[in-house]
Write a protein that binds this ligand. Structure first.
Ligand code: ADP
Ligand code: MG
Length: 297
C-alpha cells in the first residue's frame, strides 16, 4: 500500500539531514523519499548508521531536516516555528523508545503512567483514568493496572509505553526499535497490541526494527541504505483474510530515475562506476560497463 503523494499522511521528498559536530559533518539522510498512507502499519529496516533514527526523530519533531520536504497531515515540518513544533509533538505524535526504561515513570503504576499525559493536557482525573484503563485493556494488560515498571516484563512495559504514547489519541505513532530488547514471543505480543490499537483508532504506525520476523508482522517494509529508501517489501492484498501472502520485493526508483542495485549484485557482477543499460520490451538489463566494452564492437 504505497500512498500517492496526495493521499499520504506522512510524505518525505528528497530529504537531507546533515548532523554537524565540532570536527565534522555527517550526512545522515541524502535525498530520502517516503510516503505513508493514513492508517498504515509499516516498518523501516536497514543497517546500523543508515539513518533510521535520524528519520524518526525528524518525523517526531525532535530534529529538523536540513533540506527537502516533510509533511505530516497538514503540517510542514521544515517551516514550523519552535512553538509549532512543540504543539506538533504534543498533539500529533506518540513515540516509543527502544529502552523500556525510557518510556515509563518507574515509581508510577501502569494506569498512572497512561493518565499523566492526559492530566498534562487538562483532562479530568476521572476521564483520564477511564481512558487509561481502556487503553491498557486493549494492549492486554487489564490485570496489571497497579503494577510498577519493576513488576512488569520487558514486553509488558513496552505495551504500557504504547498506551502512554496513544493516551492523547495522536494520529501518528512512531517506535524506534520497540522490540529491540525483547525475545521473539514477547515481540509478537507487542505487535499484537500495536495492531489492536491501529484497528481501533486508525492510528498510522511507523516502526524502525531490527527484528528478523518483521516481514511477518506488518504489510510493508521499507529498507534504508546510506540515508535513502532503497527497497520495499509489500504484501499483496488477498481477498482471503486467512491467507497470508508472501511479500514481494521492489527496488525504489526516485523522481530522477535513481535506484540502488543491491550490493550483492554489484559485487557478484563487478558493477562499479558505470553500467550498461539495455531496454528489452518490458524490462531493462543491467551489465557491468567495463573498458573492454568501449574497445569492442
Ligand atoms: P540508524 O538509526 O539507522 O543506526 P542514525 O540515524 O542513528 O542511523 O545515524 C545515521 C548517521 O548519522 C550515522 O553515521 C550516525 O553516526 C550519524 N549521526 C546520527 N545522529 C548524529 C548526531 N546527533 N550527531 C552527529 N552524527 C549523528
Ligand atoms: Mg537507530
Amino acid at each position: 500500500m504505497t500512498a500517492s503523494p496526495d493521499e499520504a499522511y506522512v510524505l518525505c521528498e528528497d530529504v537531507f539531514k546533515i548532523h554537524k559536530t565540532d570536527e565534522l559533518e555527517v550526512v545522515a539522510l541524502r535525498g530520502l523519499d517516503l510516503a505513508v498512507a493514513p492508517g498504515e502499519v509499516m516498518a523501516i529496516v536497514g543497517a546500523s548508521g543508515s539513518g533510521k533514527s535520524t528519520l524518526l526523530n525528524i518525523l517526531a519533531g525532535l530534529d529538523q531536516p536540513s533540506a527537502g520536504r516533510v509533511r505530516v497531515g497538514a503540517r510542514d515540518l521544515l517551516t514550523m516555528t519552535e512553538y509549532e513544533l512543540t504543539d506538533y509533538r504534543r498533539a500529533e505524535v506518540g513515540f516509543v523508545w527502544q529502552q523500556t526504561g525510557r518510556n515509563l515513570i518507574p515509581y508510577l503504576t501502569a494506569l498512572e503512567n497512561v493518565e499523566v499525559p492526559q492530566l498534562i493536557e487538562g483532562i479530568s482525573r476521572q476521564e483520564a483514568s477511564a481512558r487509561a484503563a481502556d487503553l491498557l485493556e486493549q494492549v492486554g494488560l487489564g490485570d496489571k493496572f497497579d503494577h510498577r515498571s519493576h513488576q512488569l516484563s520487558g514486553g509488558e512495559q513496552q505495551r504500557v509505553a504504547i498506551a502512554v504514547a496513544l493516551a492523547n489519541t495522536p494520529p501518528l505513532l512512531l517506535a524506534d526499535e520497540p522490540t529491540g530488547e525483547l525475545d521473539s514471543a514477547t515481540a509478537t505480543e507487542v505487535f499484537a497490541a500495536i495492531h489492536q490499537l491501529n484497528e481501533a483508532t486508525g492510528v498510522t504506525v511507523i516502526i524502525v526494527s531490527h527484528d528478523r520476523a518483521i516481514t511477518q508482522r506488518v504489510d510493508r517494509v521499507v529498507t534504508m541504505r546510506d540515508g535513502r529508501t532503497s527497497a520495499e517489501l509489500v504484501r499483496p492484498r488477498s481477498f482471503r483474510r486467512d491467507r497470508i501472502q508472501e511479500m514481494r520485493e521492489f527496488a525504489l526508483v526516485d523522481r530522477s530515475g535513481r535506484m540502488q542495485i543491491p550490493r550483492e549484485f554489484t559485487d557478484r557482477l563487478g558493477i562499479h562506476g558505470r553500467a550498461r543499460l539495455e531496454l528489452h520490451g518490458d524490462h531493462v538489463e543491467i551489465r557491468p560497463g567495463d573498458a573492454d566494452d568501449e574497445a569492442g564492437a
